[in-house]
Design a protein around this ligand. Structure first.
Ligand code: C2E
Ligand code: MG
Ligand code: MG
Length: 690
C-alpha cells in the first residue's frame, strides 16, 4: 500500500533524501513537501498518512505544525526529523503528541521509526474499528425486531435482547440462566427436537418454523435460526438463536389460503377446493371399496332474478340459498359453489340411492320456503342432478359431467325436481322414498295385517299350527308382501317396532281363538336378523307371552341359517335363554344357507323347514328330491322334526310322506289368510275330527 507522506522541510534535498531512505527500507510512498503554514494547513486537508516535520524552519516551526495538527484533532502520526532538537524540546514535543523524533544525522533510524509509528497507528485504528463494530453490533442487538438469545454450550441462556423480552414475555432477568426449554409449546414431538439438534451439530445451523409458548401461555409460530458460535479451535462455545414472531404472517397466509379456496360471496369452498376434496374422497372410496354421491344443484331461472331485481339482490339470494343448504347438510358433506348459481354437494357418508334422493328432496323442500330479501318475497327452486360412484363412473370429471347432465334432465322435466344420471334410479328412488315415509307411519296407522298360514299333519290333515305372515295394506297400493318391505324396515330401523307388533298380534290371536274354543296348537313367528342382534328380544317375547296369557311352548320362532351364522355365539345364547322360557325354534328356508352341522347341534332347535324351492321341484328334479330326502334324514339324526314349505300339489305331499316328513305348509292346504277366514275354514274340521 502506498502511503501519503507530508514532509515539512525547507530543503527539498533533505526531503528527497528522506523519501529515498524510506523507499530503500521497502516503504512505498508518495510525498508532498511544504515549508510554510498556509501550505501545511492546505496539505492537511488531504489527510496524509504520516507527517515528517523538521523542527527548525525559516518561516515556520515544527512546534507550530504539531500544535496546529493537535488543534484540529487530526490523528496523523507526526515524526520530527531534525538536525538537532535538544532533549528538552524533544520531550516537550513528545508530550504534545509527536510520535517520535529522528535526528538527521542518524537517518538509519528513520525507517524503523516510521514503521513503528505506522504500525501503532494501524493497531489503534483496528482497535477503534473493532470498538465501533461492537458498538454497532450491540446497537443492532438492542434494537432489532428479531428476538435474540445466546446460550452457552450447556444450554443456559446468557444473553437476550429486548425483542426477546417483548416476544416471549420473559424479562432478561427471568430468562438468564434458564434453558430455552421454558419456551417449549408441546406442539412438536421429541423427534422434531432431535432433528433440530442433529442438524445444528452437523452443520452449525438450524432454521425453521417452530411453535413456542409465551410466558402468558399463548402459543405462537416463530421463524427461528440457530447458529453455533465456535472458538478458534473449532469448539462450539455458544448458540445464538434469532427469531421473529410470524403469527401475523401465518394469519395472512391462512387468509390468502382461505381466499384461494373459497368463494368470496358465500364463503363456501370454491371449484378448486371442491376438486381437491372430491379427488381425495374418490381415492379413499376406491381404496375402501366405498361409494360416493354427487348432487349438482342449479337454481331455476336465477337469471330472471338477476335481470329483474339486480345483481345485489341476486347476491343476497345466493347467500341465503347457500346458508340454507349449508345448514341442511352434515359435517361430512362438502358443499361448494362452482360459480354463478351452480352448487355441488358431495356425500361421503351415506351414499345410497335413497339417501341421495332424500337429500335432494330435503334441499328442494328447504328452497320452497319463501325468502325475504329486502322488500321482496322470493321463492327459489332448484334442479338437481345426481351421480353415484362407482355406479356412474370412476373419474371425477366424468362424474361431475354426468351430474351436470342429470341436472339438465331435471330442467327438461320442468325444473324443481331431481334426476339421477342412471334413469332407472330416479323412479326407484322415488318409489322407495315414498314407501319409506309411508312405512314409518304404517304401524301407528294400523296398516299392518297378519295373515296366518296353516301347518298340517300330512297323515290326517289336522291343523297343528299356523305361521304368522305380515302384510301391509297400503292405502293406495293395496296389499304389499313382506318381501317388499321387511328389508326396508330393517334398513330404516323400524323392524323392531314391526316385529313387536307381529308378536303381540299373533300371541293375542291364539289366545282369542282359545277363548272361542278354536284350538290352534302353536303359532310360528318369523324373526328378523336385527332382533337376534339386539338386546331385549327375550324380554319382549316373554312380555308378549304373558300379556296374552299364552304358554311359551305355543310360540315358535323362525330363524334362518344366515341369521344364526352372523354371530353364532350371540345367537346361541339368545336362543338358549328363550328356550329356557319354553319357546320353540325352527330353521326357516333350510338348505338355502350355509350352516355348520356341528353348530346346529349345539342350538336348542325343534324343527327344520325344508325350503319351498326344493319342494317345488319334487317330481321334476331328482337332485332336489335328493336334497329333500337328505334334509329329512338330517333332521332325524339331529332329533328334529322336518316340515315342508310351499306344498302345492298332492304328489309333493305323497313324496314327502314316503320320505318320512309328516308336516307341511302350502297352498295345497291353505293360502295365508286373515284370522277370521282361518277360523271359518278350519274350526269345523276340528269339531268333526275331535
Ligand atoms: P317364509 O317365512 O319362508 O314364509 C313363507 C312364504 O312362502 C310366505 O310368503 C308364504 O306366503 C309363502 N308360501 C306359503 N305357501 C306357499 C306355496 O304353496 N307356494 C308358494 N309359492 N308360496 C307359498 P310371504 O308371506 O310373502 O312371506 C315372505 C317372507 O317374508 C317370509 O318367508 C318371511 O321370511 C318374511 N316374513 C313374513 N312375515 C314376517 C314377519 O312378521 N317378520 C319377519 N321378520 N319376516 C316376515
Ligand atoms: Mg317363515
Ligand atoms: Mg320359508
Amino acid at each position: 500500500m502506498t502511503i501519503q507522506v507530508l514532509i515539512v522541510e525547507d530543503l527539498s534535498y533533505d526531503a528527497e533524501l528522506m523519501a529515498l531512505r524510506l523507499k530503500d527500507e521497502g516503504i512505498d510512498l508518495n510525498y508532498q513537501r511544504v515549508q510554510g503554514e498556509a501550505a501545511y494547513l492546505e496539505a492537511l486537508t488531504n489527510r496524509p498518512d504520516l507527517i515528517l516535520c523538521d523542527w527548525h524552519l525559516p518561516q515556520f516551526s515544527g512546534q507550530r505544525a504539531l500544535s496546529l495538527l493537535k488543534e484540529r484533532d487530526l490523528e496523523i502520526p507526526f515524526i520530527i526529523v531534525s538536525g538537532g532538537i535538544g532533549e528538552e524540546a524533544a520531550i516537550d514535543a513528545l508530550r504534545q503528541g509527536a510520535n517520535d523524533y529522528v535526528l538527521k544525522d542518524r537517518p538509519a533510524r528513520l525507517g524503523e521509526a516510521v514503521r513503528r509509528v505506522l504500525d501503532d497507528q494501524r493497531l489503534r485504528k483496528d482497535h477503534e474499528q473493532a470498538q465501533e463494530m461492537l458498538r454497532l453490533a450491540e446497537r443492532a442487538f438492542q434494537n432489532t425486531a428479531e428476538g435474540i438469545s445466546v446460550t452457552d454450550v450447556d444450554g443456559h441462556i446468557v444473553s437476550v435482547n429486548p425483542a426477546f423480552e417483548s416476544i416471549t414475555g420473559y424479562s432478561a432477568a427471568e430468562a438468564l440462566g434458564e434453558n430455552p426449554r421454558i419456551l417449549k409449546s408441546g406442539h412438536h414431538d421429541s423427534a422434531f427436537y432431535r432433528d433440530m439438534w442433529s442438524t445444528l451439530i452437523k452443520t452449525g445451523h438450524w432454521r425453521g418454523e417452530i411453535w413456542n409458548r409465551r410466558k402468558n401461555g399463548d402459543v405462537y409460530p416463530e421463524w427461528l435460526t440457530i447458529s453455533a458460535v465456535k472458538d478458534k479451535l473449532g469448539q462450539t462455545t455458544h448458540y445464538v438463536g434469532v427469531f421473529s414472531d410470524i403469527t401475523q404472517i401465518k394469519e395472512a397466509q391462512d387468509q390468502i389460503n382461505f381466499l384461494a379456496h373459497h368463494d368470496a360471496l358465500t364463503q363456501l369452498p370454491n371449484r378448486a377446493l371442491f376438486h381437491e376434496r372430491f379427488n381425495h374422497a374418490l381415492t379413499h372410496a376406491q381404496r375402501e371399496k366405498g361409494s360416493l354421491a354427487l348432487l349438482f344443484i342449479d337454481l331455476d331461472r336465477f337469471k330472471t332474478v338477476n335481470d329483474s331485481l339486480g345483481h345485489p339482490i341476486g347476491d343476497k339470494v345466493l347467500l341465503e340459498v347457500s346458508k340454507r343448504m349449508n345448514d341442511a347438510i352434515r359435517a361430512s358433506d362438502t358443499l361448494a359453489r362452482l360459480g354463478g348459481d351452480e352448487f355441488i354437494l358431495l356425500l361421503e357418508e351415506e351414499t345410497s340411492v335413497q339417501h341421495a334422493a332424500v337429500v335432494a328432496r330435503k334441499l328442494m323442500d328447504m328452497f320452497s320456503n319463501p325468502m325475504m330479501i329486502g322488500i321482496h318475497e322470493l321463492v327459489v327452486t332448484a334442479s338437481i342432478g345426481i351421480t353415484l360412484y362407482p355406479n356412474d363412473g370412476d373419474d371425477p370429471d366424468i362424474l361431475i359431467r354426468h351430474a351436470d347432465r342429470a341436472m339438465y334432465e331435471a330442467k327438461q322435466q320442468g325444473r324443481n325436481t331431481y334426476r339421477f344420471f342412471t334413469k332407472a334410479l330416479t323412479e326407484g328412488a322415488f318409489e322407495r322414498l315414498m314407501m319409506e315415509n309411508d312405512l314409518r307411519r304404517a304401524v301407528c296407522r294400523g296398516e299392518l295385517k297378519l295373515h296366518y298360514q296353516p301347518q298340517v299333519d300330512l297323515n290326517n290333515q289336522q291343523l297343528l299350527g299356523v305361521e304368522a305372515l305380515v302384510r301391509w295394506l297400503h292405502p293406495k297400493q293395496g296389499l304389499i308382501t313382506p318381501n317388499l318391505f321387511i328389508e326396508l324396515a330393517e334398513e330404516i330401523g323400524i323392524i323392531g317396532e314391526i316385529s313387536t307388533w307381529v308378536l303381540h298380534t299373533a300371541c293375542h290371536q291364539i289366545a282369542k281363538w282359545d277363548q272361542i274354543g278354536f284350538n290352534v296348537p302353536r303359532v310360528a313367528v318369523n324373526l328378523s336378523v336385527q332382533q337376534i342382534d339386539r338386546e331385549g328380544l327375550v324380554t319382549t317375547v316373554s312380555d308378549e307371552l304373558s300379556k296374552a296369557g299364552l304358554l311359551p311352548k305355543r310360540l315358535e320362532l323362525e330363524v334362518t341359517e344366515s341369521m344364526l351364522m352372523r354371530d353364532p355365539d350371540l345367537s346361541r345364547s339368545v336362543l338358549s335363554e328363550l328356550r329356557d322360557l319354553g319357546v320353540k325354534f325352527s330353521v326357516d328356508d333350510f338348505g338355502t344357507g350355509y350352516s355348520s352341522l356341528a353348530y346346529l347341534k349345539l342350538l336348542p332347535l325343534d324343527r327344520l323347514k325344508i325350503d319351498q324351492s326344493f319342494v317345488r321341484d319334487i317330481g321334476h328334479d331328482e337332485n332336489d328330491e335328493t336334497i329333500v330326502r337328505a334334509v329329512i334324514a338330517l333332521s332325524k339324526s339331529l332329533g328334529l322334526e322336518a316340515i315342508a314349505e310351499g306344498v302345492e300339489e298332492e304328489s309333493q305331499a305323497n313324496f314327502l310322506l314316503q320320505a318320512g316328513c309328516n308336516l307341511a305348509q302350502g297352498f295345497l292346504y291353505s293360502r295365508p289368510l286373515p284370522a277370521d277366514e282361518i277360523y271359518q275354514n278350519w274350526a269345523h274340521k276340528q269339531e268333526t275330527t275331535t
